[in-house]
Design a protein around this ligand. Structure first.
Ligand SMILES: *Cc1c(COP(=O)(O)O)cnc(C)c1O
Length: 360
């Protein structure tokens, strides 16, 4: 459809990325992280395409409920656990596994009298200082959970890396060491790696990995793009030209007249703006692909459209296809131009962007 923006999701690429992750993970099992609407890729279609994963990770109870309603039968882990008796009951009904990171969640379980319904993942804080128990408390926490009556069906342990994305291997090594020290003598499965941990240089040695961004074909690192890791971009964010106009040298384009024509120019207006999730911080000069050819943004992104200098390109007209990111224009490059990371751009793709799932 001309004049409308869409996100085309390549399920083959999702499956390819899962196989790359698996090869990287060795014998570890893979929990595919599909929180935040699968990083903007559509929660259910993504999970359906990734049914070969060993489990799914979500951030919110509603996401777990939606996966079950959509027919997903794999284990689903609530990465932040539950916050109240009602949520706990719903999680039990939906057969969700729970992360336990705070004493209030232990108290909830103690009051519920039904811990046998849950696989519990105890989160150890090894330096992120966000969620989790200090390593020194882990033994006492586990003891308290073991004493739940009836006992939980299984206990597992996880931690989260704070600096793997920055490739700060000294910090990652220290976190892994702290986690090992706290869990070494325990008979439980352990989980460490996000995508950066998985593709980073530090050996993790764990039973479960938890990749998110890598599955979507974007790099967790600033210094490389997904292709360098053998991954394929999953989302193609595409739109089209809705107007082409000539502007004379010295004329200005867009809000604030931020872009000034240095010569007589051709400007293409694209149906894509911050109302779709394109960041307004995308600088003038940031490229888009017009019919496969690079052209720079002219001026500011507005809510519904953006202007592109197509003076160098022949044959641009209303309806000409435009790629905002995807194969040929890495979301990592777009993120850098917007002063952010691919995670934020992908998650920001808004409700009005039509998701089109390309099934194999
Ligand atoms: C989001 C999240 C992940 C996935 O991180 P990526 O960097 O996208 O691979 C893994 N574990 C936890 C606990 C998370 O919250």
């Amino acid at each position: 459809m001309s004049g409308s923006i869409r996100a085309v999701i390549d399920t083959n690429a999702l499956q390819h990325n899962l196989s790359v992750v698996r090869a990287r993970a060795g014998s570890a099992r893979v929990m595919a992280v599909v929180k935040a609407n699968a990083y903007g890729h559509g929660l259910l279609p993504t999970a359906l395409a990734l049914q070969a994963a060993d489990a799914f990770g979500v951030a919110r109870l509603e996401e777990g409920v939606a996966l079950r309603a959509g027919g997903i039968t794999q284990p689903i882990v609530l990465l932040e656990g539950v916050f109240g008796a009602e949520q706990l009951e719903e999680a039990a009904r939906q057969r969700l596994q729970l992360v336990v990171h705070d004493v209030s969640q232990i108290e909830l379980l103690e009051c519920s009298g039904g811990a046998q319904r849950f696989v519990l993942w105890v989160k150890i804080d090894t330096g992120m200082n966000r969620l989790g128990f200090p390593p020194g408390e882990s033994a006492a926490v586990l003891e308290r959970l073991r004493r739940l009556s009836p006992a939980p069906s299984e206990l597992r342990l996880l931690t989260h890396l704070s600096c793997a994305n920055e490739r700060d291997d000294a910090v990652t090594r220290a976190q892994v060491q702290r986690f090992r020290d706290a869990t070494r003598s325990l008979p439980y499965a352990v989980s460490i790696a996000n995508s950066a941990g998985l593709f980073g240089a530090v050996a993790l040695g764990c039973d479960w990995v938890r990749p998110g961004i890598a599955l979507y074909g974007a790099s967790p690192f600033d210094d490389c793009i997904a292709a360098d890791l053998g991954l394929e971009p999953v989302m193609r964010l595409e739109s089209s030209v809705i107007a082409v106009r000539r502007v004379a040298r010295g004329e200005r384009v867009g809000y604030g007249g931020a872009w000034v024509a240095k010569r007589d120019s051709a400007i293409a207006v694209i149906a894509a703006g911050y109302g779709d999730g394109l960041h307004r911080s995308l600088g003038g000069g940031a490229p888009v692909l017009i019919d496969g050819r690079r052209a720079p943004l002219a001026g500011r992104v507005s809510m519904d459209m953006m202007a592109v200098d197509v003076s160098e390109l022949a044959g641009v007209r209303v309806g000409t296809p435009v790629l905002l990111w995807g194969p040929g224009l890495a979301v990592e490059e777009v993120a850098r131009n917007a002063g952010t990371i691919p995670y934020e751009l992908l998650c920001a793709v808004s409700q009005r962007v039509r998701l089109v799932v390309n099934r194999a």
